[in-house]
Design a protein around this ligand. Structure first.
Ligand code: NDP
Length: 296
């Protein structure tokens, strides 16, 4: 079997298109422009690239984009004051503090200072609790993007066996919650899981969010399974480097029914879902109907 490719790049473009349409309607019908503020502390090159892309795509979707760059040595009090300022700003509907933060800053404290209604990353403890109890919340962008692609590919996920490899707060755990919400039978595998290959071979849906290049090989995959590769790993490639996922793509594609590539799979969906969450937050803040298909 050679798996179908789940084209995250095209899917993300479609999501961004829906976002842009909704933004245009919000402006025309209500005079409201959704606004996203991104706070970047320090000069981490990868974070700078992410933040630049987020700003560019926010503007392309017709939204108001604000970027606050703060010195690497910024005090916690000054960062919290920035968050408070954005919480109080009516033109801002979504706030994202780019992680990771320098070590002297308490990321949990900073994230939990964001107004949960503006927490478009879905990392605030209130949103984590709402998601965990099956209530309306802001859903973390990467798992939201994975779920959108799974629903598109499979329709109903009810009763399917889903295995998520990885239990981080930003990907693995919320992914598992979302799949449980779809009535999958969910297993979370991690570094202590025994006979992980056998656990994964039971999965109709296999989500890899590990951070280990090409760890998942074809013999971990149930024939016909849908494989979502969240991993982004930079590895040497001759004199240069290249990006690979947590799955050995060629090997897994021999067995899976469908698989996301890296790059061009989950990655582009993450920013598209950030824009979608900002529109959702804006609609909720203004008591308006939420856009169809942009959240769960
Ligand atoms: P973390 O490092 O926070 O979590 C990794 C998880 O993988 C942990 O739960 C860890 O288990 C588990 N793990 C590590 N080694 C093994 C192993 N040998 N076998 C089984 N499980 C293992 O990573 P993140 O969740 O933040 O990110 C995961 C990957 O996804 C990374 O490559 C990251 O770059 C990528 N990513 C991609 C995004 C996108 O937009 N596409 C967004 C966010 C992340 P334990 O808990 O036991 O240590």
């Amino acid at each position: 079997m050679v798996a179908d490719v789940i084209d995250g790049k095209a899917f993300a473009a479609a999501v961004r298109g829906k976002v842009a349409e909704h933004v245009a309607r919000l402006k025309a019908d209500h005079g409201i422009t959704p606004g996203l503020a991104v706070v970047l502390v320090g000069e981490d090159p990868a974070s700078q690239v992410y933040v630049r892309n987020k700003g560019k795509q926010t503007v392309e979707a017709g939204m108001h984009s604000v970027e606050h760059r703060m010195d690497r040595g910024v005090s916690e009090a000054d960062l919290l004051a920035m968050v408070e300022q954005l919480n109080a700003d009516p033109a801002i509907h979504g706030i994202l503090v780019q992680l990771p933060l320098p070590e002297h800053l308490n990321a949990d404290l900073v994230i939990n200072a964001i107004d949960p209604a503006k927490d478009v990353d879905g990392f605030h403890i209130s949103n984590v609790g709402l998601l965990g109890t099956g209530q309306k919340s802001m859903v973390p962008c990467t798992p939201l993007g994975c779920l959108m692609m799974l629903r598109d590919r499979l329709g109903s996920l009810s009763g399917l066996n889903a295995v998520v490899i990885g239990r981080s707060n930003i990907v693995g755990k919320p992914m598992a919650q979302l799949l449980l919400g779809e009535s999958c039978t969910v297993t979370i595998a991690h570094s202590r899981t025994k006979d992980i290959e056998a656990v994964c071979r039971n999965a109709d849906i296999l989500v890899a969010a590990v951070g280990r290049p090409e760890m998942v090989t074809g013999n971990w995959v149930k024939p016909g399974a849908t494989v979502i590769d969240v991993g982004i790993n930079r590895v040497p490639n001759g004199e240069k480097t290249k990006l690979v996922g947590d799955c050995d793509y060629a090997d897994c594609a021999e067995v899976a029914g469908a698989i996301t590539p890296v790059p061009g799979g989950v990655g582009p969906m993450t920013i598209a879902c950030l824009l979608a969450n900002t529109v959702t937050a804006c609609c909720r803040a203004n008591g308006l109907d939420e856009p169809e298909g942009l959240t769960v």
